[in-house]
Design a protein around this ligand. Sequence first.
Ligand code: ASP
Length: 467
Amino acid sequence: MLRTHTCGELNKKDVDKEVVIAGWADSVRPHGKIGFISLRDRYGITQVFVSKDLSDKLPSLHKESVIQIKGVVKARPENLINRDQATGEIEVSAAELNVLSKCAELPMELDGNVQSTEETRLKYRYLDLRRPEMQANMAARHKAVKQIRDYMDAQGFFEIQTPMLTKSTPEGARDYLVPSRIHLGKFYALPQSPQQYKQLLMVAGFDKYFQIAPCFRDEAARANRAPGEFYQLDVEMSFVEQNDILTIIERGMVELVQKVFPDKKISQVPFPRLKYDDVMKKYSSDSPDLRKNKDDPNELAFCWVIDFPLFKRQTREDFFHGAGQEWGPSHHMFTMVKESDIPLLDTNPGKAKSYQHDLVLNGNEVGGGSIRIHDAKIQEKIFELIGFDEHQKKEFAHILEAFSYGVPPHGGIALGIDRMLMVIMGKESLRELIAFPKDKAARDPVMDAPSTVEQKQLDELGIQLKK
Ligand code: ASP
């Protein structure tokens, strides 16, 4: 090992130990003939004392260089103890200082005092991520995802991965297409969500499925939506009613907050269940903010919104890609209509209510799902109402065929992981929770993607660009 300890663990108990620590030079402070280095890694910061034997190395030592220190742990004099630091009682007196990798002049400050532009932060994301705040954000994300996995496992769910190279599942956005080389002229689509696969998993008998699933949607950036791609906790269950889904997810949310974000307070448990028509009347929004005190950063006000209309009229601003000009599904085309409203499909489809459920947190929609249609006749009727032509209907023949071989009644939900954590943690942007986010124009500034490709690659794919 290149180190015996991390930069966050040495304390008074370790005094007189010979240690090797390694990390980034957070600061380098020559002091006449001696000097100090604050050495930083993921775990913390340790002060290194540099005696006059080694201090000639300090002037050329750039901040953020990677260095290794061999030395002895010393107690700091009482008046120099730093109570704000876990390692504040000690320092390591360096006997050897090795520069493992020198840092060039930095394109941005990492100390948090200087506000770099968002553009610079994203281009040099690997530097931005070194900042303790971003390290803490990634740690919180890891803990939250692990807690979610543990909870789902304890409830008997299987995590099953579904394909990334697939055919489009219309969820209302445009698809990202991937050209096939082996099948010239044909394209895969990256999934907007694993919707069809998870329903097929129900046909396959996996009655409790979940996945921390990447979803790809080619749509303009919106305030709280990561452009390009994002992660969902995707869930599907068989032999359930809407209440079963809401209950299991609600318990998972409460446990997540208690275990990973203990400072936060959920204002109401069980979460209020509100009807779409009522919230629209009262709040003019289907994502009401029910916080009692909007200045309290620790208040989390969850609620469920149910009894949505099955369809929405298509508008230019809110156009469900894949559906026709008149009606788009309010959620998606696999959502079940309330049984009592089935006759309305023939007479007044705009009035029909569905089994859609949205989870709302502090005024943000953080999840959505539904009880699904498992009757091929109703499914065909919905395809018709949203204006599918014969070709489009054929694209879904596999689902209807699967449903002809014995499909259990089923339903599910998906929660946006990035967005949910952003709201719970009170962050201003989704990007704070994503290691390498796309920018507002859906570009990856680190890799400079999307990019042009070699002519040879296009030739192999049989693709000719228009200009
Ligand atoms: N697939 C849906 C979505 O991504 C969620 C669901 O119906 O389970 O919004």
